[in-house]
Write a protein that binds this ligand. Structure first.
Ligand SMILES: Nc1ncnc2c1ncn2[C@@H]1O[C@H](COP(=O)(O)OP(=O)(O)OP(=O)(O)O)[C@@H](O)[C@H]1O
Ligand SMILES: [Mg+2]
Length: 400
């Protein structure tokens, strides 16, 4: 079909707005922002690529996008890919992950691409990177695959060769000569090269800035973080590799306000685990402000990002709650308030109220928002009127 450009009859041209986002893209971006805290730029790059895919404007014979995520450990690089999978497919594991650390020796590449016919074990080795493996999460609406090469700096030379081909031509040839097409993939590679240096600088042992807050927010710091990570990457990786990357995204070290939000997100995941569990003891818990502060204090280690916070939640919330459930001190429908006692410097668990209404069946998909929709706790006024249960806004609820 031939398309001819014609001028409008009135010769009036109206200016369009290329920054306007479709409802679907905005929704995708908002949901990522809800899950990944303090990494706005990375979230936007991810949704830009999703937009290119949605508009059908991908470059033929290339992946939808090749992204390199750099930055400190525990800052959300892997989490962003999981969150994108969660939003697109309702499952945080719906992506293909290659831990480059597992393929440090050339012979281990056979696990990815299979051995050529005739080699010992040829039939037994099922390659991990087949077309079926890439397409297995596709749905009728979503024919896109997220592929994550984690800890790319650990890759062996043979993995590099393979990767260069994928990034450039979106194809991979398996041991038995089958071809795998990566043109519907967003390829994300992560590395924490330069991350240690960035964290040290942000925590005050590096360049001297006035206060922590000023230090974090200043354009100089922004520039320093970006350059440090990029320089480390350029020193480590070959120009051929760097040339194939569409965008290098440097994740920022997390500061206190981010950890506070992550705490709420992680606590809501614990609540969901309780509600989704197979046990009959589904209950609702809430942390007082003092308990939150205790968890934040215990779980903040600037060198390691959000990981220590997650461990602290497991140790101080999940284990004790599991114990209380196993010993039947907590039962179905209980409402547990977690508070902090300063004289003993520990958390205490108080059964504030019995008979919270827990709607069954439990939620299937993992999502922060769904927690609020599934749990209902009666307020004093509502307790008698069960037909109008109060919807439980987990992260906002304040118990006196
Ligand atoms: N920005 C963030 N927003 C929300 N949660 C986060 C964020 N950063 C880290 N987390 C939490 O910490 C966990 C570990 O983070 P993640 O695996 O993304 O680290 P990473 O940046 O990939 O680090 P590494 O370089 O060591 O692999 C995540 O599973 C998530 O629960
Ligand atoms: Mg990671």
């Amino acid at each position: 079909m031939e398309i001819q450009a014609t001028s409008s009859p009135t010769n009036q041209l109206s200016e369009l707005n290329p920054d306007l986002r479709s409802v679907q893209i905005q929704d995708f971006e908002d949901k990522l922002q809800d899950r990944v805290v303090g990494q706005g730029r990375a979230v936007r790059r991810m949704s830009d690529l999703f937009q290119i895919y949605q508009a059908g404007m991908t470059v033929p014979g290339r992946p939808i996008g090749n992204l390199l995520f750099l930055g400190p450990t525990g800052s959300g690089k892997t989490r962003l890919v999981e969150a994108a999978a969660e939003v697109l497919f309702g499952d945080s594991n719906a992506y293909v992950k290659i831990d480059c650390g597992e393929f440090q020796h050339s012979h281990e590449i056979a696990k990815l691409v299979g051995s050529p016919p005739g080699y010992l074990g040829h039939r037994e080795t099922q390659p991990a990177l087949t077309q079926e493996a890439l397409d297995r999460f596709h749905t009728d609406q979503m024919k896109l695959t997220l592929v994550l090469f984690d800890e790319i700096e650990k890759a062996s030379d043979s993995l590099w060769k393979l990767l260069l081909g994928i990034l450039d031509k979106a194809t991979l040839t398996l041991g038995d000569n089958r071809r795998v097409d990566f043109s519907k993939c967003i390829i994300v590679m992560t590395s924490n090269l330069g991350g240690g240096e960035i964290s040290r600088m942000m925590m005050g042992t590096g360049l001297g800035f006035a206060t922590a807050q000023q230090k974090y927010d200043s354009p100089e710091t922004d520039d320093f973080v970006y350059r440090t990570a990029l320089d480390s990457a350029k020193r480590k990786f070959s120009p051929e590799f760097m040339n194939r990357i569409d965008k290098v995204i440097v994740f920022r070290p997390l500061k206190a306000e981010h950890l506070s939000k992550i705490l709420d997100i992680e606590l809501s995941y614990v609540q969901q685990r309780i509600l989704n569990s197979q046990s009959d003891n589904k209950f609702v818990f809430h942390c007082s402000e003092a308990a939150r502060e205790f968890l934040l204090k215990e779980g903040t280690d600037p060198q390691y990002g959000a990981r220590p916070l997650k461990r602290t939640i497991e140790r101080h919330i999940v284990f004790p709650l599991a114990n209380l459930t196993a010993t039947k001190q907590i039962g179905l429908g209980d409402f547990i308030k977690v508070d902090y006692r300063s004289h003993s410097n520990r958390l205490v668990f108080l059964k504030a109220r019995e008979g919270a209404i827990i709607h069954a069946p439990a939620v299937q998909t993992v999502s922060v928002e769904s927690t609020a929709a599934q749990v209902a706790v009666p307020t004093t006024a509502d307790a008698a009127a069960e037909e109008k249960p109060y919807v439980f806004p987990y992260s906002k609820l304040k118990v006196q």
